[in-house]
Design a protein around this ligand. Structure first.
Ligand SMILES: C[S@@+](CC[C@H](N)C(=O)[O-])C[C@H]1O[C@@H](n2cnc3c(N)ncnc32)[C@H](O)[C@@H]1O
Length: 503
């Protein structure tokens, strides 16, 4: 096939205005292809899973070839498509064992589960399995071209091994590279350091289009959010949080005292995390005897943690429910009080408050403890110096410094009013934040709560791991040369509560 037509076909396909919606549907149904973005974790593909992949992938490839739907004249060989489906199933299985079972091995049955998810998605798509081929050809070239752009010149061998940008699923890198070369997206040149790859102006155009699609489909947001809280699988969230915010237990108790929580009540805690509030601070005891706390939490790592905490501490009246504030998994009007501590700034706040009001009984209360309206960690002099490489990187990518950087003043109050809550009351809460334990500070802001994740998510995988390592090391050095007074700052947050109109 002539280079020009291959380029033209691909350009026509990737500028199809339907693509962002296709990516969104795929991700919402579990067809997830950027596994390598998920933290510093990896799982082993067992030999039986490998054998299963080798059986399933050629069948899927054959099916695509017989369906002959779209992507006309694209020269996919059966072997290329076989490798493609092997990679897709592997990515999906890695993602699901990571997020759902926390297992470290991908087994035969995980691959079957991935296949079932893939087939369910394809069955609902007009393009059938071709839809998967399309999504693949957005996500993976984005990763490949983005890595080459980031490094400016990437050794060919490094690219082919996937070591910098996708270390787990290397199939097809050679095939993809030959496609990029034929399409004129990438150029090879021989330097003193061996063969190097770099992007051509055409390659930059393509990358820009991929970026636009991922932006519009919400995939870049999705991958940034996936990073959040995951690290608390391996780090002790409670210690980290209580170290970085040494006064928070006292402040949260003051907030709980302001809510009319009584024995026998049904209380909802949204974004319960590890259960610091519902278990450690005794919220569950405030509703005894007879009352219940429903603890909603989106992070599977934290859900597992909280379930174990409730079991270990023999807390029978807390039920952990996986879910999100914006779409609470409850009927309307079931709780006497719905509350959230240090959560609303991670949500789509109007929708979250509307949902909290919906699930609360008429005459019941909705409350939230909020961190400062704008947490700019650079108010802590040490953090300003320490995190400069992050702010430089954000600037290079044209992104703001910090995501979910607190909520603008008044926004939560406005959300309370829009949700028709009455008697809205607001009190200031002091919020001491300290980087005295620089490891805890780093774990919370950069890794766990992931305030910089949109920036970090743009880095090729291995580079992100290296960058974080160096940044943490830089923190250690700066901490040893910084006076205690320069390591902390008192911000002011708010406690807010309001009442659902009585029936
Ligand atoms: C700073 S932690 C606070 C946890 C707990 N409330 C506490 O005080 O220890 C924020 C929590 O909000 C959760 N979260 C993030 N986005 C959320 C959303 N859209 N809906 C509900 N919870 C969310 C996180 O997973 C995390 O557990």
């Amino acid at each position: 096939m002539a280079t020009r037509s291959l380029y033209a076909i691909s350009w026509q396909i990737i500028t199809d205005p339907e693509l962002p919606a296709l990516v969104r549907r795929a991700y919402s149904k579990g067809v997830v292809l950027d596994t390598w973005m998920h933290g510093e974790w990896q799982a082993k593909i067992t030999p039986s899973a490998q054998r299963r992949l080798e059986v399933l992938a050629p069948d899927l490839a054959a099916q695509v070839l017989t369906e002959q739907t779209t992507w006309p004249a694209y020269p996919f060989s059966p072997l290329y498509l076989t490798h493609l489906f092997q990679a897709v199933l592997t990515s999906m299985a890695l993602f699901s064992v990571h997020t759902q079972s926390d297992a470290e091995r991908v087994s035969h049955s995980d691959v079957d589960h991935a296949l079932a998810t893939l087939q369910r998605f394809a069955a609902e798509e007009p393009l059938g399995l071709q839809a998967v081929v399309r999504v693949f050809h957005i996500i993976w070239p984005f990763e490949d071209l983005n890595a080459i752009r980031y490094f400016r010149r990437l050794p060919r061998l490094e690219f082919l091994s996937g070591v910098s940008h996708r270390p787990w699923v290397q199939e097809l890198l050679a095939d993809q590279l030959s496609l990029y070369l034929r399409m004129g997206l990438v150029k090879e040149s021989l330097t003193g350091k061996g063969e190097m790859l770099r992007l051509t102006p055409r390659g930059r155009n393509f990358l820009q289009e991929f970026e636009r699609i991922l932006e519009e489909s919400g995939e870049l947001d999705w991958r940034a959010n996936q990073q959040r809280w995951d690290i608390f699988r391996v780090m002790d969230y409670d210690t980290v949080f209580n170290t970085v915010f040494p006064n928070n237990i006292e402040d949260t108790q003051t907030f709980l005292d302001s809510l009319p929580i009584q024995p026998g009540m049904q209380v909802l805690e949204v974004g319960a995390g590890t259960g610091r509030v519902c278990v450690d601070m005794g919220l569950h005891e405030r509703v005894l005897p007879g009352g219940q706390v429903a603890a909603v939490e989106p992070s599977s790592a934290l859900v597992a943690h909280l379930q174990k905490k409730c079991q270990d501490r023999q807390v029978p009246n807390v039920t952990v429910v996986p879910g999100q504030a914006e779409n609470l998994p409850f009927e309307s009007q079931v709780f006497d009080v719905s509350m959230a501590v240090a959560v609303l700034h991670f949500t789509e706040v109007e929708q979250a408050v509307r949902e909290m009001a919906r699930v609360t009984k008429p005459g019941g209360w909705v409350g939230a403890a909020l961190p400062p309206p704008q947490i700019d960690v650079r108010e802590i002099p040490m953090a300003a110096l320490w995190l400069r490489p992050l702010s430089d990187l954000a600037e290079e990518f044209g992104l703001p410094f910090g995501d979910r950087n607190g909520l603008p003043p008044g926004q939560v109050e406005e959300a309370f009013r829009k949700a028709s809550l009455q008697d809205v009351t607001i009190r200031q809460l002091p919020f001491l934040m300290t980087a005295e334990d620089h490891r805890a500070f780093f774990t919370f802001f950069v890794k766990g709560a992931a305030f910089f994740q949109h920036t970090l998510a743009r880095l090729p995988y291995r580079e992100r791991v290296h960058f974080l390592y160096h940044l943490e090391e830089r923190g250690r050095q700066i901490a040893s040369q910084t006076q205690p007074a320069e390591k902390r700052h008192v911000y002011y947050g708010e406690a807010i509560w309001g009442r659902v109109p009585p029936a």
